[in-house]
Design a protein around this ligand. Structure first.
Ligand code: DGJ
Length: 708
C-alpha cells in the first residue's frame, strides 16, 4: 500500500496481485471511493484525478437524497451523522495490508473506524466498520452496513443465488436497472436456503464465465441480512450490504463498540469463474476449517434408513462403505432420546442421551465397530434446537425463543423450537452437546451439525448470532481437529459467516443428480468443491422421484466432496462394484477437485442440453472435466468440448473415469496440447455406448487430463 499525492490531497491505494482499490483519505473530509478494479500502476493511479469520487460509507441525515450505509440516533434525538476523517493508518499483515480509516462525528462523541484488509494472492479485499460511543449517553445504531461500493453505470448485470429447501443455490441473472433491487433474508438461523448474501456484479454486459470484468461480494454473516442496489439519477449504482437492522437496533452504552461482519469483495477480469477462483482460494486458505486437508469419502445414514437406527443396521452400513473403499460412516438423526425416543421428527431434540434400546453398546460400541473396519465414525447432532416434547423442554421451558404474551410458534414435526442462544446457560448447554459426545467417544472424527428451524418470533438476531459464535468458538477451541459439517435442512447455512468454524456444508437435502447440477453450479460461484458435500443416492430419488443412471449420479457427486447417501444393502453387487471403482477413481482426482481452480465451461442455465465444468491444479499439471447431459432428445448435436485453464504449451493425456462404454472413447489414452484442448476441443458422444440392458437417457463423462 502506498500513499500518493496527486490532485487528490491524500489517497490510499490498496493493491492485490491483480486488483487495485483507491480511496480518498483527506483529513477533515469524508472518506471517498475513487476506484476499484483491475490493477493500476502508479502513473495510472495518478490519472484517476478525473474520476468522480463517491462517499465510501454514506451516513444518514446530512445529504438526505442519498441512501445511507449508516444511521444512528443520539440521546437528544438527533438522527444525523456527519463523519470526518481523523486519520488513515496502514499496517501490513502476512497476507497483505490493512487500512483503518478513523472517522469522527463533527459534533457528537462518536467514532467510526472503516477497515479494509487485502488478501494479496487471492485478489480479495474485506471491508467492515467498527463504531465506538465515546460519549456518556447511549447512542442507538439503526443502520450499520458492512460496506458500500459505488459501481459505475453501464451495462451492469447481477447474478444472485435464490431457492428454497431442496432447491438451494439456483442462479438468477438480471440487468441492474434504475430503482432498487433488494435481497434479504429473515429466516433467523439459516440465511441461505432462499436468497443468498452473495452477489456477482458483471460490469461488461451479460455475465460470461471466462471473460469480462466482475466484482463478487459476500457478506460473512450467519444471520438476517440485506443486500441492496440503488440506482438513482447519478452515474453510479450504489451497492450496500449488511446485517438487516429490522430486528435489531444496536444500543451502544458509554464506551461500548459494535463491529459489523466483514464484506468480502473480489474483482476479476476473467468473468464469473475468475471471481469464483478467488473466493475459493481465499475460502480454503483463510475461512474454512482444514481447507488444506483432503476430505474423507463417507456414507451418511439418512436416506438409507432415516430414523430407523439400530446397531446391526449401522454395522451393516459400515461393512458396506468400508468394502467399497469409503473412509467414514456417519450416523444421522434417530440415535438419541430416553423418555422420548427419537423415532420421528416430533420429539427428543435436546435429549442427547443414546437410546440404548437401539444401540445397546452405545456410541462407543459403534466407534469401535468402525475402527475394526478401518474407517472413521461420525454422528449427527442439532445443538441449537429442542422439541416441546422433550425432557430438555420440560426442565427448561424458558430456554426457547418466544415472544412475551404470545403462543409458541412450532416448526418441524409440529414441536420444534429454537433455543435462545443469547443466554449463557444455553450456550453452555449447546457446547456440552458436542463435549459430552466427544468425551464419551474421543475417536469420533466427524460431526454433522444440523439446524432445522427458523426463528419465527420477534427476537434480536444479532444476539442469537453473537451467542452462536461464542459457543461454536468454544467447540473449536476444544476440538480443533474434528471435521464438522454445517447442515441446516440442507444448504441453509452455505455462507461465509458460518463456515469459518466448519469444514464443509450439505448442499441440499435434494440429492437428485440433475437438480444438483443446477444447485452445485450456483453454489460454486462462491464456495469451493472441498466444502460442497455431494452424495450418490438411490433412484427413484427420494425428493423428486426421478430415475437416473448410477453412472450419472456418480459423475455429478464426484464434482464435489464425494459421499454416499443410500442403503447399500439395496444395491446389486454390480452397482457396488461400480461405486467401488468410482471411489478408487475419486481418490485419484481428489486433490484436483478439492484444491483445484474451477473453470465453469457451459452453464446448465443456458439450456444447451448439457453442462460442463472442470478443475485444474494450481501448477496446471492435472485437470478433471465433467460433462453432463441435462435433457435428452433424439438427433441432438453438441459442440466439441473446449477446455479452459490448461497450459497451452503442455501436452495432456486424456483418461476417461467411471467408464461404462463398451469401447473406449476415440482419444482414450492419447495426448493433446493444452492449446488444442482449449481452442479445438474434444468430441463428446451424446450417449453412453453401453449394452442394451444398461441404456438410459442419462449420459455423462468424467475426463482426467494429465500433463506428460
Ligand atoms: C435435515 C438434514 O438436511 C438431513 O440431511 C438430515 O440430517 C435430517 N435433517 C435429519 O433430521
Amino acid at each position: 500500500m502506498t500513499v500518493l499525492f496527486t490532485i487528490f490531497a491524500s489517497i490510499a491505494v490498496l493493491h492485490t496481485a491483480n486488483t487495485t482499490m483507491v480511496l480518498e483519505t483527506e483529513p477533515g473530509q469524508e472518506l471517498k471511493t475513487i476506484y476499484y478494479g483491475t490493477k493500476l500502476s502508479e502513473s495510472e493511479t495518478a490519472m484517476l484525478g478525473s474520476y468522480k469520487a463517491q462517499r465510501t460509507y454514506p451516513c444518514y441525515g446530512v445529504i438526505g437524497t442519498e441512501e445511507a450505509a449508516f444511521a444512528a440516533v443520539q440521546a437528544d434525538g438527533n438522527r444525523t451523522v456527519q463523519l470526518r476523517i481523523e486519520s488513515a493508518e496502514t499496517t501490513p499483515w502476512d497476507g497483505g495490508n490493512q487500512l483503518c480509516v478513523t472517522c469522527k462525528d463533527g459534533f457528537y462523541p462518536l467514532t467510526v473506524k472503516i477497515h479494509f484488509k487485502t488478501f494479496k494472492d487471492q485478489d480479495m479485499i474485506e471491508t467492515w466498520t467498527e463504531t465506538i460511543n465515546e460519549g456518556k449517553k447511549p447512542v442507538t445504531l439503526t443502520r450499520f452496513d458492512s460496506g458500500h461500493l459505488p459501481i459505475r453505470v453501464d451495462d451492469v448485470w447481477i447474478s444472485t443465488l435464490y431457492g428454497t429447501w431442496a432447491n438451494e443455490g439456483r442462479v438468477n441473472t438480471e440487468p441492474l436497472t434504475r430503482g432498487w433491487k433488494v435481497i434479504r433474508n429473515i429466516d433467523g438461523t439459516r440465511n441461505s436456503h432462499t436468497s443468498h448474501g452473495e452477489v456477482m456484479i458483471s460490469l461488461d454486459g451479460k455475465p460470461r464465465e471466462d471473460a469480462g470484468r466482475v466484482i463478487g461480494a459476500a457478506l460473512c454473516w450467519g444471520g438476517n441480512y440485506e443486500l441492496r442496489f440503488q440506482t438513482n439519477d447519478s452515474d453510479y449504482h450504489h451497492f450496500f450490504a449488511g446485517i438487516l437492522p429490522e430486528h435489531d437496533n444496536v444500543v451502544l452504552a458509554k464506551g461500548k463498540s459494535f463491529a459489523t461482519p466483514h464484506l468480502a469483495l473480489s474483482f476479476s477480469n476473467d468473468g464469473l469463474s475468475g471471481v469464483s477462483r478467488n473466493f475459493h482460494r481465499w475460502g480454503r486458505k483463510y475461512m474454512l476449517r482444514h481447507g488444506d486437508q483432503e476430505r474423507r469419502i463417507l456414507l451418511n445414514s439418512w436416506e438409507g434408513v432415516y430414523f430407523d437406527i439400530n446397531e446391526d443396521g449401522m454395522k451393516q452400513m459400515m461393512d458396506d462403505i468400508a468394502s467399497m473403499g469409503g473412509e467414514l460412516f456417519v450416523m444421522d438423526d434417530g440415535w438419541f432420546g430416553d423418555k422420548y425416543p427419537r423415532n420421528n421428527d416430533h420429539t427428543s431434540l435436546g435429549d442427547w442421551t443414546t437410546d440404548t434400546r437401539k444401540l445397546p453398546n452405545g456410541v462407543p460400541g459403534l466407534v469401535k465397530a468402525a475402527t475394526e473396519r478401518g474407517i472413521k465414525f461420525g454422528i449427527w447432532v442439532e445443538p441449537e434446537m429442542t422439541n416441546t416434547v422433550s425432557e430438555l423442554y420440560e426442565a427448561h421451558p424458558d430456554w426457547i425463543i418466544k415472544a412475551a404474551n404470545r403462543d409458541i410458534v412450532k416448526g418441524r414435526g409440529g414441536t420444534q423450537v429454537v433455543l435462545d442462544m443469547s443466554k449463557k446457560e444455553v450456550q453452555d448447554f449447546a457446547f456440552s452437546v458436542i463435549d459430552n459426545v466427544m468425551k464419551e467417544s474421543p475417536d469420533i472424527a466427524y460431526i454433522k451439525w444440523d439446524a432445522n428451524a427458523p426463528i419465527s418470533m420477534d427476537f434480536s438476531n444479532i444476539a442469537y448470532w453473537q451467542g452462536f459464535y461464542a459457543m461454536v468458538e468454544r467447540v473449536r477451541e476444544a476440538y480443533p481437529d474434528l471435521t464438522i459439517q454445517d447442515c441446516a435442512s440442507g444448504g441453509g447455512r452455505a455462507n461465509w459467516g458460518v463456515l469459518p468454524w466448519f469444514d464443509e456444508f450439505w448442499v441440499s437435502d435434494n440429492t437428485d443428480a440433475l437438480q444438483r447440477v443446477y444447485m452445485q453450479w450456483g453454489t460454486s460461484y462462491f464456495f469451493p468443491a472441498i466444502a460442497m458435500a455431494s452424495h450418490i443416492s438411490a433412484t427413484p430419488n427420494h425428493t423428486v422421484f426421478r430415475t437416473t443412471s448410477l453412472k450419472y449420479r456418480i459423475d455429478v457427486a464426484m464434482s464435489g466432496r464425494l459421499g454416499m447417501e443410500i442403503q447399500p444393502k439395496n444395491m446389486t453387487e454390480q452397482e457396488k462394484d461400480i461405486c467401488r471403482k468410482a471411489i478408487a477413481d475419486y481418490k485419484r482426482i481428489r486433490p484436483i477437485v478439492q484444491f483445484g481452480d474451477i473453470y465453469r465451461l457451459v452453464s446448465p442455465y443456458d439450456n444447451r442440453g448439457f453442462a460442463s465444468l472442470m478443475y485444474v491444479t494450481e501448477n496446471k499439471d492435472k485437470a478433471v472435466a465433467y460433462w453432463w447431459k441435462i435433457a435428452n432428445f433424439y438427433d441432438e448435436h453438441f459442440p466439441r468440448l473446449r477446455f479452459a485453464g490448461l497450459d497451452p504449451e503442455r501436452s495432456y493425456r486424456v483418461t476417461e473415469l467411471n467408464r461404462l462404454d463398451i469401447s473406449p472413447l476415440a482419444y482414450e489414452g492419447k495426448s493433446f496440447t493444452g492449446r488444442f484442448l482449449m481452442e479445438s476441443g474434444l468430441e463428446i458422444p451424446a450417449t453412453n455406448n453401453v449394452e442394451y440392458s444398461l441404456k438410459s437417457d442419462w449420459s455423462s463423462r468424467v475426463l482426467l487430463l494429465e500433463a506428460l
